[in-house]
Design a protein around this ligand. Structure first.
Ligand SMILES: Nc1ncnc2c1ncn2[C@@H]1O[C@H](COP(=O)(O)OP(=O)(O)O)[C@@H](O)[C@H]1O
Ligand SMILES: N[C@@H](CCC(=O)OP(=O)(O)O)C(=O)O
Length: 367
């Protein structure tokens, strides 16, 4: 077996008790499983939830709090407990661990995320297992990952992992929430994330988890776009984690034929804030999606929002379907005047720096 870089994410529901507090047996089980994965010479990054669930009882809350500062206080207590528990078991197996806490805004700042990446690379070089969680204390409500599924997908893209394994309390994605629909059937393999998948995936079924299957589908979408294969499922028997990495896990596999994305394109796809929308015709859509071409004014049908050259805009089809994002070379008012015009006409009538509305190098397909 060749060496792979693998990101493993474990949810609160798999690590803690429903009434709060860490479940030491489960922690011990997962750490031993991860150590076996590492024994196979895989490079391992571990994204763990469970800080809030681990800490809330110690503070005196009876159930998992809902108010932000109560959750943050619980996480501050629980994160230390979580690390202590992991370190105890990992070090008994001769493995050194490191704590990395990230927020969503870290990903959108080039320098910060570069530093985080360099740190992670250095740790991996020294066989240290990075244990990653959201930095709950400083996360602002509207910017929070909330669940760690999205965080794990962004980390997988960042380190250009081969696989992302998301372990939860259910053995995969079902046609409906299996907790409430006993007839639901497991979906074994997914090759495309569709609206239908989001529809069948419900919220969290446990008292400690937050994202449910919906956030795992979203994580799969992000990871797949970055060329990372995903597994979502369960591990509770010896060898289950290796089985999952080798394609025989108890869960759902999400395949992708796409390639890893350079950091600039990751930023465009997942962290940029579009300032407007450009609606394009079918010819332009095909040029962008299948021919790898730049967007020219002739294919622009409509322009929405106020944007300036250098801003990021979303490009959508005439059926309002999202096609992708890119850095625009026109101001909104210029593009309104240039829409549907031939390149020659635009050059004659308008004073634009570059003829391409969006250059192919500044573009990411998201269809
Ligand atoms: N279609 C579905 N298939 C499988 N599980 C689903 C589905 N819809 C909702 N769920 C729920 O998602 C839960 C797992 O998510 P969550 O509680 O957030 O776990 P974690 O803490 O591991 O992230 C399951 O317990 C299940 O009840
Ligand atoms: N950062 C938070 C994650 C919250 C959470 O519940 O996430 P998850 O179990 O992945 O749905 C924590 O450690 O408690």
């Amino acid at each position: 077996m060749t060496t792979h870089r693998i990101v493993v994410k474990i949810g609160s529901s798999s690590l803690t008790s429903p009434e709060g507090g860490l479940n030491r047996d489960k922690i011990g089980y997962f750490v031993r499983e991860l150590a076996r994965l590492k024994d196979k010479k895989h490079q391992l990054l571990f994204v763990t939830s469970g800080a809030v669930a681990a800490g809330f009882r110690s503070i005196g809350y009876e159930k998992r709090p809902k108010v932000l500062h109560e959750k943050q206080a619980s996480a501050a207590v629980g994160q230390a407990l979580l690390m202590q528990a992991y370190q105890e078991v990992f070090s008994s197996l001769g493995i050194t661990t490191a704590q990395i806490l990230l927020t969503r805004s870290d990903f959108s700042e080039r320098k910060r995320i570069h530093n985080a990446t360099m740190t992670i690379e250095e740790l991996l070089k020294h066989q240290v297992v990075p244990i990653i969680n959201e930095n709950d204390t400083v996360s602002v409500d509207e910017l929070k990952f909330g669940d760690n599924d999205t965080l794990s997908a962004l980390v997988a893209n960042l380190v250009k992992a081969e696989q992302l394994l998301i372990f939860t309390d259910t053995d995969g994605l079902y046609t409906a929430d299996p907790r409430t629909n006993p007839d639901a059937k497991r979906i074994e393999r997914v090759t495309e994330i569709t609206e239908d998948l989001y529809r069948i995936a419900g919220g969290s079924g446990s008292s400690v988890g937050t994202g449910g299957m919906r956030s795992k589908i979203e994580a799969a979408r992000i990871a797949m776009r970055g060329g990372v294969k995903v597994f979502v499922g369960k591990a509770d028997q010896s060898g289950d984690v290796i089985q999952a990495a080798e394609g025989n896990g108890k869960g759902t596999y999400f395949d992708t034929v796409l390639h890893t994305l350079p950091m600039k394109k990751q930023w465009l796809a997942f962290h940029s804030q579009p300032q407007g929308r450009i609606i394009v015709d079918n010819g332009a859509k095909a040029a962008l999606l299948t021919m790898g071409k730049s967007l020219l004014p002739a294919g622009v049908v409509e322009v929405e929002g106020e944007f300036h050259p250098g801003d990021v805009v979303e490009v959508i089809g005439e059926g309002r379907d999202i096609i992708g994002r890119g850095v625009v070379n026109y101001a909104a008012w210029q593009l309104k005047a240039a829409a549907r015009l031939s390149t020659m006409e635009v050059e004659r009538r308008l004073d634009v720096q570059r003829i391409e509305v969006i250059h192919r190098d500044e573009w990411i397909s998201l269809a």
